[in-house]
Design a protein around this ligand. Structure first.
Ligand SMILES: [Zn+2]
Length: 215
């Protein structure tokens, strides 16, 4: 049971107790009820926002990894127990298949939601953290599809970034610009394990060899 669930159950129980006591005493403590109800409503509202975002990201991940468990956005409560440095993570079962949904960190999911909900004009020049967040979604979807090598996953993901950006509302030219920004500004700074000389136009990992399209 997550921290959020504990908080919601405790607040709801307290709310019920206050109401029941108020009705019995024929004096409902409205201030006390407001103090509990307001954060309760806020918690439900943010949870609904997260569930909506997860459904969207899951649908996009399944366009790359059909039949996969999709995406789980880390909640604020989970950040306190997460010590990893990865912005996303897929764990695997013994048979090598993905074991559950891809985890995407709280901050990365926020950047991803911000990109998704941003206006057409804002998508002309998204902040770098949003570009990275879009790529994290693509990268984890490639892992869900069964890619284990980081460099191959990364290379195939870069060739799907434009498609994913379009599914998040970008125009074809905005989507292509986002993919190129990642390729030029972020990918060269990734650790060695994430890079390979096979990842080049018309190279072994080029999805559409013998054309000039890259990524
Ligand atoms: Zn990876």
């Amino acid at each position: 049971m997550g921290l959020r669930t504990v908080v919601v159950v405790a607040l709801a129980a307290w709310l019920g107790w206050l109401l029941a006591r108020g009705i019995l005493r024929r004096a409902v403590p409205w201030i006390g009820i407001a103090v509990i109800a307001v954060p309760l409503v806020a918690l439900f509202w943010t949870e609904r926002q997260w569930v909506g975002a997860e459904q969207r990201f899951t649908a996009i991940a399944r366009s790359i990894a059909p039949g996969s468990a999709g995406v789980h956005c880390q909640r604020l409560g989970e950040t306190f127990t997460y010590a990893g440095a990865d912005l996303g993570r897929v764990s695997y079962a013994e048979d090598g298949s993905a074991d559950g949904p891809a985890m995407v960190t709280y901050e990365t999911c926020q950047h991803l939601s911000d990109y998704w909900r941003s206006s057409a004009a804002e998508k002309d020049a998204p902040p770098l953290e949003q570009v990275i967040a879009v790529h994290v979604l693509t990268h984890e979807a490639r892992h869900l599809a069964g890619d284990r090598s980081e460099s191959e996953t990364e290379c195939r993901a870069m060739q799907s970034d434009a498609d994913v950006a379009q599914r998040l509302g970008a125009t074809p030219s905005q989507a292509r610009a986002l993919a190129v920004t990642y390729l030029i500004s972020v990918h060269p700074r990734m650790p060695v394990a994430y890079r390979t000389t096979d990842c080049r136009p018309d190279g072994p990992l080029d999805r559409t060899p013998r054309d000039r399209l890259w990524p």
